[in-house]
Design a protein around this ligand. Structure first.
Ligand SMILES: NC(=O)c1ccc[n+]([C@@H]2O[C@H](COP(=O)([O-])OP(=O)(O)OC[C@H]3O[C@@H](n4cnc5c(N)ncnc54)[C@H](OP(=O)(O)O)[C@@H]3O)[C@@H](O)[C@H]2O)c1
Length: 312
């Protein structure tokens, strides 16, 4: 198969930056690497985009909601990678339809990189999953566009799972305060992904496409309980930490209140409740199927988190 010509949406975003960095790192595997971004991001993130340009990445500007801008950017492209943010997940539905009617576009990776939105029967009713489910439905209705979903569980990195939360009702690992708030009984296993590993998973999915296509790939860096994570923080900081627990029932009450009062942490509380209920766990993970078995360990993730928190 000839080398792919990639177009990335959301390339400068929280996870898009990692995905783009890993794609650039693996550039020998690809032909063209282009990113589609807005004129406002072109000025707001000028340094980041000029560093990409120096790496040979083409920067295309336009409005992601305007068909003319997007279809023009599709010229010569065969693979779309979207890392668009939560606020614009639905904007991918027309993107999928325009891609499907552009003969040279063969593959589409939608913005997933998180919790499995079809984990079980109750997934269909989870509020944060609704827009992503519609994007999956749009992909499944295309004529001959191939796709894969990169499902990673929560990000281990600060400011995500291993961060110090200002409002710890969704859990926290606070390095400076030597304090942890653990969810559930602290013994439930959660599968986490390091953000650089998420970028590598995308590269592996693209370079192992025959195996990846048509699948929701269940990928992670490591699996650990909150108590195991705390023990690793204590080992590496050399101190005993203060610890509190938030039971699953209490977490559900916070979640209900957050949605009822439109509080900003409603989505993350739902996701934390899903993770605490075991919604990131599988009989087997798919890393090895796409050659992505070499991942960050619990100790490596905690070391990074300590450094990141102390640098703030
Ligand atoms: N597993 C986890 O723990 C976790 C955590 C966070 C996010 N995620 C998932 O990762 C994916 C990407 O999220 P993210 O947090 O990385 O995204 P983000 O940083 O919020 O946004 C990514 C990009 O989307 C575009 N965008 C965002 N808002 C927009 C708007 N209102 N109008 C037009 N474009 C907009 C921007 O691209 P341009 O600047 O180029 O226009 C932006 O750089 C999502 O599917 C999200 O659910 C998972």
């Amino acid at each position: 198969m000839s080398k792919s010509n990639l177009l990335i949406f959301g390339a400068t975003g929280a996870i898009g930056s990692y995905i783009t960095a890993e794609i650039v790192h693996a550039r020998a595997s690809f032909n063209r690497i282009a990113v589609f971004t807005s004129p406002s991001t072109l000025s707001a993130k000028a340094e980041q985009l000029s560093a990409l340009r120096e790496e040979g990445v083409e920067i295309i500007t336009g409005d992601v909601t305007k068909k003319d801008d997007v279809v023009k950017a599709f010229e010569g492209i065969d693979t779309i990678i979207s890392a668009l943010g939560r606020g614009v997940i639905a904007a991918q539905i027309p993107l999928v339809q325009w891609a499907d009617s552009t003969p040279n576009i063969k593959r589409f990776l939608p913005s997933e990189y998180g919790t499995d939105i079809e984990y079980g029967p109750s997934s269909a009713d989870e509020k944060p999953h609704q827009q992503k489910l519609k994007v999956r439905a749009a992909l499944q209705q295309t004529k001959d566009l191939e796709y894969a979903y990169v499902v990673t569980g929560p990000y281990a990195d600060v400011p995500f799972f291993l961060g110090a939360a200002a409002n710890p009702r969704g859990g926290t690992f606070d390095v400076k305060g030597r304090r942890a708030v653990l969810l559930g009984d602290g013994k439930g296993r959660v599968s986490l992904s390091d953000c650089s590993d998420v970028g590598k998973f995308v590269v592996h999915a693209l370079t192992h496409w025959e195996c990846a296509k048509g699948r929701a790939l269940k990928l992670n860096s490591f699996t650990a309980t909150p108590e195991e994570i705390l023990a690793e923080f204590e080992r590496q900081t050399g101190d005993k930490w203060a610890v509190e627990y938030i039971s699953l029932e209490q977490l559900k009450a916070f979640e209900a209140e957050a949605w009822e009062k439109s509080q900003p942490d409603a989505t993350s509380l739902t996701l934390q409740r899903i993770w605490t209920e075991g919604g990131t766990l599988y009989d087997r993970r798919d890393n090895e199927d796409i050659g992505a078995g070499d991942t960050v360990s619990l100790a490596g993730a905690v070391q990074k988190a300590i450094r990141a928190q102390l640098a703030r």
